[in-house]
Every structure is written in C-alpha cells, then in structure tokens.
Design a protein around this ligand. Structure first.
Ligand SMILES: O=C(O)C(=O)C[C@]1(C(=O)O)C=C[C@@H](O)C=C1
Length: 133
C-alpha cells in the first residue's frame, strides 16, 4: 500500500507540494492550504529506526490536521447558539465516528470513539480558553 491522501481539489500549479518522506518531517500545508502526504509502505519498513521515522512523519501530519480541526471546531462553537461543553451534540459525535470508521477499519468505531472523544474534548477546551482570553 502506498496511497496518498490528497486534497479533493487539484493542486494549484504553483503550489509547492507538502509531501513527507518516510524519515522527513512534512511541511504542514502548501500555499493553497492543502496537505498532501505520501503514506509509508509498511512492507518496506525493515528497522525500528525506519518505522519510528515513518511514525514521526505521520504524527507531524496528524498534528497539523489536529491543529486545523481545533480551529474549525472553534468556529462552530462561536456560531452555535450554545457553544462549548454546554452545547455538546452526542448524535453529531456518533456520526463523525461512524464516518471515520469507514476509513479506519483496523481501529473500528469503538476505538475511534475513544480517540475522537479526546480530540473533541481537547478542541472544546481550547475553544473555551480562547473565549476567555
Ligand atoms: O458540530 C458541532 O456541533 C460541534 O460543536 C463540533 C464538535 C466537533 O469537534 O466536531 C464539537 C462538539 C460537539 O459535541 C460535536 C462536534
């Protein structure tokens, strides 16, 4: 497997591709705000060092995605009639997990729910903090 996660839109011709190498730290986003990442081929990873470098590359992209997710979820909190923890929407959270489970069959909905609960709560916490600032 050596898939690519691509932004849905075709990259702008002048957009520098933000592509990771297995050992490299990817840049977060190109000028057009897109994120492209080469997914490492697990069969090609032969050593702990190679595998850890691949994890570091994936985690850098994950962090960039989480950073952007927090920002977007913060916008939702400001737009909702009741934002923050008080405006928690369990049905929406279940729908998010179900949609993600299709892309993460090894994790499955139950484990993804644990991850996404942590992600969503961290986002609400960050939104609360910036609302207080
Ligand atoms: O969609 C919303 O209503 C949000 O507030 C965003 C969000 C999320 O981070 O995805 C956060 C809290 C809700 O419980 C559900 C989803």
């Amino acid at each position: 497997m050596n898939d690519q996660l691509d932004a849905p839109a075709a990259p702008a011709p002048d957009a520098a591709p933000a592509v990771s190498t297995p050992g490299g730290v990817p840049s977060a986003a190109g000028p057009a705000g897109e994120l492209r990442v080469a997914l490492p081929d697990t069969a090609g990873l032969r050593t702990i060092g190679e595998a850890r470098a691949a994890i570091d590359g994936i985690d850098a992209v994950l962090a960039a995605l989480l950073e952007r997710r927090v920002a977007v979820a913060g916008v939702v909190q400001r737009l909702k009639p009741v934002g923050g923890f008080a405006g928690r929407d369990a049905a929406r959270e279940r729908a998010i997990v179900e949609a993600m489970a299709a892309h993460a069959p090894s994790l499955g909905a139950e484990r993804l729910a644990r991850i996404m609960t942590a992600v969503i709560e961290a986002g609400l916490d960050a939104a609360d903090e910036s609302a207080r600032a």
